[in-house]
Write a new protein. Sequence first.
Length: 334
Amino acid sequence: MTTDEEELEMPTALITGITGQDGSYLAESLLDKGYDVIGMVRRSSTVNYERIAHIQGAIQFVNGDLLDQMSLIDAVKQHSPDEVYNLAAQSFVQTSFGQPVLTGETTALSVTRILDAIRNVDPSTRFYQASSSEMFGKVAEVPQNENTPFYPRSPYGVAKVYGHWITVNYRESYNLHASSGILFNHESPRRGLEFVTRKISYGAASIKLGLEDKLALGNLDAKRDWGFAGDYVEAMWMMLQEDSPDDYVICTGMTHSVREFCDVAFGHLGLSYEEHVVVDEKFFRPAEVDLLVGDYSKAAKKLQWKPRTTFEELVTMMVDADMALLDGRLKGLA
Ligand code: NAP
Ligand code: GDD
């Protein structure tokens, strides 16, 4: 086979949300697998490629916005992807209470915009929707699996329920290969600073280095099933390699409180979280999801997927990365 023929056979993946946490890990993974990776980016006044700076040269970028139907159609037309991963969203639950309509437009209706683009341009394109454990909200059972009823507790959760069901609906109505990954919280050193895990790892590192003394948090008793984003993007890809599309819960099966996260993070640096963490009402939510813990047995059986990173490994990885980041900045200033 000649080099030209080999190149022709490389699959192409279009990723929305490539500048986000998951987009960066998925792009890395697909490039390693030999994919041509197309990253959809929206216009901004400054470049925000921080998370993908190390692989930027290997990615082709296409301009597009979830709120703009034509740009989605053009992106699909222009690049004829074999697979589309819809990771873009307004993804911060707290913001969804303040901006519920924008969250609905972006996180809910845009899923239909992308599905319609695929349906009209090339219905053989495989599609992944980033669904969320936030859809389980006020949980109907413990642990949560693919059959657990949804009871969302935030405008974000409500929007994700719409995105989930429209994916199922287009699969059933138009025979699209459209799968939905119901992913529980997954974190990494690339997590946005406003999410609680990164806020804690960054806060603990700042305190250790003498840059801060206190860290203000909200509900310390909330419990989440936290995994590592690098493990979870593999499951997204596995779903699209299956002959038939389906829905899968992706999680670790273990749950920990925000308080426990603080304990491990501060403890890793020889600090006591009780001396530094203060509770501030402004970080409480109008409605809370108290407990999430998933059951990934379907993904284990059908996809042979399982999480590889433990809670302690995840927390210490994030704290070490923030120590290195802040230490590097301090040295740069010296
Ligand atoms: P993230 O870091 O917040 O990234 C969100 C991405 O969406 C960014 O690239 C952002 O672009 C893009 N985006 C936002 N609005 C857009 C618009 N109007 N047009 C085009 N792009 C837009 O989120 P993440 O943690 O990687 O999560 C990826 C997906 O999984 C999201 O759909 C999230 O809701 C879902 N999810 C996440 C988790 C989790 O624990 N991380 C769990 C379940 C489901 P900019 O960089 O330009 O802002
Ligand atoms: N962000 C934040 N900041 N959360 C806090 C704080 C704080 O200071 N203090 C306590 N928490 C609690 C929140 O009340 C919530 O119960 C929990 O920590 C986790 O909050 P986040 O890290 O903001 O994540 P999330 O669970 O609301 O949402 C994330 O996971 C979803 C999957 O279940 C996001 O990544 C969503 O996009 C994702 O779908």
